[in-house]
Design a protein around this ligand. Sequence first.
Ligand code: GAP
Length: 546
Amino acid sequence: MFENQSLMEKIISLAKQRGFIFQSSEIYGGLKSAYDYGPLGVELKRNLMNEWWRSIVHEREDTVGIDASIIMHPKVWQASGHLAGFSDPLVDCLISKERFRADKAPRPKSGDAIPITCTDKGQAKTYLDTIKKMFNIELRRNGKILEGLKVIDKTSFGFFNEDEKEAITTFQYKGYVSPTFGSPFLSDERQFNLMFRSQIGPVDILGDISTFAEQNRDIPREDFHKEIEKIIKKSAVYLRPETAQAMFVQFQNCQQSMSMKIPFGIAQMGKSFRNEITVEHFIFRSCEFEQMEMEFFVEPGTQKKWLKYWRDARIDWWKSLSNNPEKFRYRLHSKDELAHYADACYDIEYEYPWGFDELEGIASRTDYDLKKHAEYSGSKLSYFDQQKKDPETGKNGWRYTPYVIEPAAGATRGLLVYLLDAYHEEIVPDANGNESTRVVMKLHPKLSPIKVAVLPLVKKEGLPEIARDIVTKFFNNGINTRYDEQHSIGKRYRRHDEAGTPYCITIDGKTKENNTVTIRYRDSMQQERISIDKVIDVIRKKLTLS
Ligand code: GAP
């Protein structure tokens, strides 16, 4: 079915065909980087997020959960630094017009050649001419590659004749090249805010803007922009770019209402929005996505211990639901990678088809956020520990601003990880004994969208009635079950293999004779007969123990 496709292409095809993920607004041509979770996708996403909630909130005494508004007071984003700093440096390639993030671009070092790699010879000829016109140099074309450029030092690159050590011409080097073509001919960096802005309130600001524009036709452009920005800012609100900030803002309410003692955590999962410049790899990076985040408040000085604790706890959790635990690893951030609020950070990475990349960040966020929100709101966001002595005064009782460890995971990114992890192909004999490829999604039963499929062998002889009766019993026990009578039994098994359904219960002629059904196991394809009276208990036990 998915021959000759890369793993990513196979996942995208299967996700659509089996109802996991669809392109958003597909009948209108789709909206870039927006996705809809279909009948199986919504179940998988909920199961994954519920498992996270269970391990972080329900199974711990030291955490509580919240569900905050997506739109918060704009001052939240001023205090957190998102309004000022939540932006990426963007650069344009002057030759190809490619736009990219400077901080993610490849960085050739002194002495390295800078080949400009085009998609084909035709494009190489065009770029050769463009470079000649713009910079008065004629690079050497080798098929689709343009040669002759080399990094001289941190701030300059040059055009060199073959075998010559001295550059004919030198140019200013920005320290990186464009990711697709490797071009060093680049514009200056420009900042770009990643937050989605909207307006709150019934008054349409377009009226105020047009009145201002009519009355101020002659003012300088820069002043005009500043004034328009002021009008917009009066009612501007932002879609949250992370779920994290609500936990800082509600720190005091949660701590006091639930009498929480440090160390304790506040968790939240839900939608976040970022106007990403590069949307890539299917749902890996999209503009609307879901996060699962926790802020764990700790005593100052204990953050290193807790950072390691959460790093290990979180990677173990990801591994526990996977078939390939060796594909997860953690990586310590270097100093220059750290966000402005962090004194240390680990990324939990997964080995995607394009290599190891981020799945979750575990950041030691210091007391930055609570202090900032205290400063901007005027509220006291501190904690008083009666049992401890103040280290400065030596007196009983210590009031301090807690430090924070933040495990911040992507729920939709996690879903992609488990789709990749589950995808499995094997050659098995079909009904006629011929070799055929079986695609099976080896999802952990806790994540599987459908836990049990109940299949009458034929649509007659009372088998559908028996099957429906079993389905009702599963429903009454809260086990997500599907009744399925379409197509041959072999095709149904294959369909449920691709849906990741771990157990199929088949009702056949013998069921009526001796009150038994077969259970077919997705991964081994083995079947066993059990009494119809035991079927709920058997499946329930298997699901609990899995
Ligand atoms: N509160 C900290 C924070 O939001 P982050 O590293 O920007 O940190 C945490 O995001 C996680 O959210 C990432 O590790 C990733 O799994 C997920 N994530 C971030 N941006 C995303 C996007 N555009 N699309 C999908 N998932 C994203």
